[in-house]
Design a protein around this ligand. Structure first.
Ligand SMILES: Cc1cc2nc3c(=O)[nH]c(=O)nc-3n(C[C@H](O)[C@H](O)[C@H](O)COP(=O)(O)OP(=O)(O)OC[C@H]3O[C@@H](n4cnc5c(N)ncnc54)[C@H](O)[C@@H]3O)c2cc1C
Ligand code: FES
Ligand code: FES
Length: 481
């Protein structure tokens, strides 16, 4: 049975369809129409809600963690063990929550269609356990997944800033979340309620949520036609955009090995169900170049849901993580039944959305070698919009240095072939060289002939090739300065 809290009320579902979205549950089953449907595809943020789950802080203590998500592309089963808050959850009687009050005072709403989504994104920011001055620089990031077509963003950003003023005034110099007086239960009692719910069996009517690796791999081996679910930010679109019905879903995120995060001196091991938001926290210090890419990946709502394994599992030619993982020589641990095998990510993609995965096999973990300090790492994503857009071209370049010359060059691309690829001739042109104009020309000449980009509505093949050639120049000449 799927169990979660909606506000303070315990909800238990055992007969809902496996592919029922949180948006439809709220609007159609609970008649809470505050949450809006704009696009149904994770792009507009009108459907943003907040989930509260129990995580551990650095000292291992359980804490409440608030995340904004797009309810239109989240299956209701994924709420198991969490608290769901919608825009109806914030005000206490006639008293607005500070984010709502700030939105009124700053005139941040006109037609109002986008407003509940913005409010919930602001609320998620407001609830983060970080000092207010750090949250202020995250306002754009927090609102990057919400579109408004009439008010304009200036008043909305001003409202977010004012809400943080209110928070600062409330907690004074302590500047810690524990001092917040929240309209929704924020307490040890909530932590223990959620812990009790999480511990219960989470399966219901075709939505299976195994809690051990053996159960997951056994289930998928015996039901290879079932669909694996990470965050659902690709899979749910099959339901909302392609109108498919998914009757058997196996959610992988309750298995500890799938959620593993191991940090070693020279490599990271990440479970396939680690989210992009978690990657962002983890990698920003260790791989600063990667931070920029991850901040360009979807929006907060998408990153809070999307998993590293889902990005690899989708095998899209324009997925953003594969080029980076290829440039870093990452390896994948694949699992089928009780057997595991290791595959370099470079050998994983075999064609357009084709991989080496066998029937009933899935991605268990990703091992990412950390580059040496003097290695050049650069990742560039070219898309039409800066925020919340899919790549036309994504380039990841890793040039380890040995006495000023490159040894072990890796150059990988998304959008430049039917699958993510390494540009091996370009790598050879860079091998043993220094960053100068001669090297740039040699690398560009190699790249011009070795890859055959995809040609689609997002960008023409010619545009993609020219962009890739230009990116090489930008990175190499920039590094040579
Ligand atoms: C608004 C929006 C913006 C986006 N922006 C970007 C972007 O900037 N860059 C980008 O690359 N992508 C983007 N995406 C696509 C998507 O978010 C990513 O591909 C994401 O990483 C998918 O992860 P997920 O956990 O949500 O996958 P899911 O949707 O859960 O799964 C995706 C596929 O992988 C399979 N799968 C899941 N887990 C595993 C596993 N462990 N082993 C094998 N197969 C598995 C599923 O069965 C499914 O076929 C965007 C999507 C949306 C809706
Ligand atoms: S309705 Fe647009 S993101 Fe959900
Ligand atoms: S207020 Fe109308 S879309 Fe934002």
């Amino acid at each position: 049975m799927i169990q979660f809290l909606y506000q303070d009320e315990r909800v238990a579902l055992d007969s809902a369809e496996a592919d029922l979205t949180v948006l439809d549950w709220l609007r159609l089953h609970r008649h809470r129409p505050g949450t809006k449907e704009g696009c149904g595809s994770g792009d507009c943020g009108a459907c943003t809600v907040v989930t509260v789950s129990v995580k551990q802080d650095d000292s291992g203590q359980p804490v409440l963690h608030h995340e904004s998500i797009n309810s239109c592309i989240t299956f209701v089963g994924a709420l198991h063990g969490k608290q769901l808050l919608s825009v109806e959850s914030l005000a206490q009687g006639e008293t607005l929550h500070p984010v709502q009050q700030a939105m009124v005072e700053e005139h941040g709403s006109q037609c109002g269609f986008c407003t509940p989504g913005f409010i919930m994104s602001m609320y998620a920011l407001y609830q983060q356990d970080e000092p207010v001055n750090q949250l202020r620089v995250k306002i754009d990031q927090a609102l990057g997944g919400n579109l408004c077509r009439c008010t304009g963003y200036r008043p909305i950003k001003a409202a977010a800033s004012k809400a943080l003023d209110y928070r600062e005034a409330q907690v004074g110099s302590k500047d810690a979340q524990s001092g917040l007086s929240d309209s929704v239960n924020h307490s040890d009692a909530l932590i223990s309620r959620l812990q009790i719910l999480s511990a219960t069996v989470a399966d219901a009517n075709g939505f299976l949520q195994p809690k051990t690796l053996d159960t997951l791999s056994g289930l998928f081996k015996s039901n290879p036609q079932a669909r694996l679910l990470g965050g659902g930010t690709d899979l749910a679109l099959e339901v909302t955009q392609q109108m498919k019905t998914l009757t058997q879903i196996i959610h992988v995120s309750h298995v500890p090995e799938m959620r593993l995060i191991e940090v070693h001196a020279d490599h990271l091991v990440l479970g396939a169900a680690v989210t992009l938001s978690e990657c962002l926290t983890l990698m920003s210090d260790r791989l600063p170049a990667v931070r920029e890419l991850l901040l360009r990946f979807g929006s907060d709502q998408v990153r809070n849901q999307a998993t590293i394994g889902g990005n690899i599992g989708s095998a899209s030619p324009i997925g953003d993580l594969p080029p980076l993982l290829m440039a870093l020589d990452a390896t994948l641990t694949l699992r089928c039944g009780d057997t595991s095998r290791t595959v370099p990510i470079n050998d994983y993609f075999t064609g357009y959305r084709q991989t080496v995965l066998q029937e009933g096999e899935f991605v268990l973990q990703v091992t990412i070698p950390l580059p040496a300090h003097d290695s050049l790492i650069a990742v560039h994503k070219i898309s039409k919009r800066t925020e919340d857009d899919i790549s036309s071209v994504c380039m990841a370049i890793h040039l380890p240095q040995n006495n000023g010359v490159t040894q072990g060059a890796r150059v990988a691309f998304g959008g430049m072939a039917a699958k993510p690829v390494r540009a091996v001739n370009t790598e050879q042109a860079l091998e043993g060289s220094r960053f100068d104009q001669v090297t740039v020309h040699a690398a560009q000449a190699a790249l011009a002939t070795e890859l055959h980009p995809i040609d689609d509505a997002r960008a023409s093949a010619g545009y993609r090739l020219q962009v890739a050639i230009n990116l090489l120049q930008r990175v190499l000449l920039g590094a040579g300065k």
